[in-house]
Design a binder for this molecule. Structure first.
Ligand code: FMN
Length: 360
C-alpha cells in the first residue's frame, strides 16, 4: 500500500523518515525504534565528534538490523570577523552574568570536521546518509556512492533541488518553511526561501526526477497522505519525534513543545547565526535588540553554547534553544514506534475516508 520509489530505494516498509536532529535528541534507542517500526531512523550527528558518531552508529546497529541513516551539516568554513565576534561575546556576557556563569574568552574551535565525520560514515557502511546546509564535494559524494550509501540532500527551493539532483544525490528532502530546526537553505538568503511545504513540494516534484521527501509541518497520517498527493515519495518528520519517549530532548523542552501553539514559533538567527525555527523565548527577544551583526554559523552557535547548557542545567527554558515547527499543537508524548505505526494506520483511514467522499 505504501510502497513508493523511496521505500524501495532504502528498503523500508513505510514512507516515514525520522529527521536527523543534532543536539542529543536522536538517541540510538529512538533511531532504532523508528527503523524497527518500519520507518527510517536517522542519527542527527552534526555536533558529534567522530568518536561519538562511531559509538552511536554501533549502538544503533546493536538495536536494529533495519536500514537507518546519519545526518551531517555541510558547513562553509569562513574566517570569523574578530571585531563582530568580540562585540557579540561582550553582549552575551550580560546574559552570562544574569545566569551566574563565567564570562567567556576567545573561542578557537567552532564545529566538528565534516571530513572526519564523513570518514566514520564510510568506515561504518551506514545504509543512508543525509545532509543539510549545502552540498558536499564531488569527491565525498563519489566515496559515498562507491560504498553504496544512499545519499539524501536538503533543498528549500526548486533551484537548490536542481543543484542537488545535478550533484548526483539519490533523493531530496524538501524542507518547507513550517519546519522546526535549522533552515537547510544554501542557494539564496534563508529569509527569501521561506516557502511553505504545500507550495514547495509539487514545484520541486515537477522539476526533478529523483524521489522527493516532504518535510515541514507533517505530524500524522493526514500530512503523510497530503504529501503523497503532492507527489512526494515519503515524509520526514522532526517535531513529532522531539517529544517521543525515546527522545533525548530535555524534559522542559519536551514540555514546552507539548504545550505550545501553532503561532508560538519563530525563525531566529540568535542562537546559532543560521536561520532556525523554534518556540519563542526570552533569549530571542533579548537578541532582537542587539545593535550589531550576529556572527554567522557556526561562530554564533559556539558563542552561545555555554549559555544554552547553563540554562538547561538551571531548568530555565527561556535561554535554551527549543527548536520546533509550526505543527507543535499536534504533538503527543508516545513511543517512536507508536508515532510511526499510528501515522501509517491513520494514513490508511484517511485514504478510505477520501474514497468515501468520491462516492458522495
Ligand atoms: C529539534 C530539531 C532539530 C533538527 N536538526 C536537524 C539536523 O540536525 N539536520 C537536518 O537535516 N535537519 C534538522 N532538522 C530539520 C528536519 O530535518 C526537518 O526539516 C523538520 O523537522 C521538518 O519539520 P517538522 O519539524 O515540522 O517535522 C531539525 C528539526 C528539529 C525540530
Amino acid at each position: 500500500m505504501f510502497t513508493t520509489s523511496f521505500t524501495q530505494l532504502v528498503d523500508i516498509q513505510y514512507p516515514i523518515v525520522q529527521a536527523g536532529m543534532a543536539g542529543g535528541i536522536t538517541t540510538p534507542k529512538l533511531v532504532a525504534s523508528v527503523s524497527n517500526a518500519g520507518g527510517l531512523g536517522t542519527i542527527g550527528a552534526g555536533y558529534l565528534t567522530p568518536d561519538s558518531l562511531r559509538t552511536t552508529i554501533r549502538a544503533v546497529k546493536e538495536l536494529t538490523n533495519r536500514p537507518f541513516g546519519v545526518n551531517l551539516f555541510v558547513v562553509q568554513e569562513t574566517l570569523p570577523n574578530e571585531e563582530e565576534m568580540e562585540r557579540m561575546n561582550r553582549h552575551l556576557d550580560l546574559i552570562r552574568e544574569m545566569l551566574g556563569i563565567e564570562r567567556r574568552q576567545r573561542i578557537y574551535r567552532y564545529s566538528e570536521s565534516f571530513e572526519d565525520q564523513i570518514q566514520v560514515v564510510l568506515d561504518e557502511h551506514v545504509p543512508v546518509f543525509s545532509f543539510t546546509f549545502g552540498i558536499p564535494s564531488q569527491e565525498v559524494l563519489k566515496h559515498l556512492k562507491h560504498h553504496r550509501i544512499v545519499v539524501l540532500g536538503t533543498a528549500t527551493t526548486v533551484d537548490e533541488a536542481l543543484q542537488l539532483e545535478a550533484s548526483g544525490v539519490d533523493a531530496i528532502v524538501v524542507q518547507g518553511s513550517e519546519a522546526g530546526g535549522h533552515r537547510g537553505t544554501f542557494g539564496t538568503s534563508a529569509m527569501d526561501a521561506l516557502v511553505g511545504t504545500m507550495a514547495l513540494v509539487p514545484q520541486v516534484v515537477d522539476h526533478v526526477c529523483v524521489p522527493v521527501i516532504a518535510s515541514g509541518g507533517i505530524m500524522d497520517g493526514r500530512g503523510l497522505i497530503a504529501s503523497l498527493a503532492l507527489g512526494a515519495s515519503a515524509v520526514q518528520m522532526g517535531t513529532a519525534f522531539v517529544v517521543c519517549v525515546e527522545s533525548g530532548a530535555h524534559e522542559l523542552y519536551k514540555e514546552a513543545v507539548l504545550r505550545s501553539h501553532e503561532d508560538e514559533t519563530q525563525i531566529t538567527f540568535a542562537y546559532s547565526g543560521k536561520a532556525a525555527r523554534g518556540i519563542r523565548t526570552k533569549f530571542m527577544q533579548d537578541m532582537n535588540g542587539y545593535p550589531g551583526k550576529i556572527p554567522p554559523y557556526p561562530v554564533q552557535n559556539a558563542l552561545t553554547q555555554d549559555i544554552r547548557q547553563a540554562a538547561a542545567k538551571q531548568r530555565n527554558p527561556e535561554y535554551m534553544s527549543l527548536w520546533a515547527g509550526q505543527g507543535v499543537r499536534l504533538t503527543t508524548n508516545r513511543t517512536a514506534q507508536a508515532i510511526v505505526q499510528e501515522c501509517a494506520q491513520e494514513a490508511m483511514a484517511v485514504l478510505e475516508n477520501l474514497d468515501g467522499h468520491r462516492n458522495l
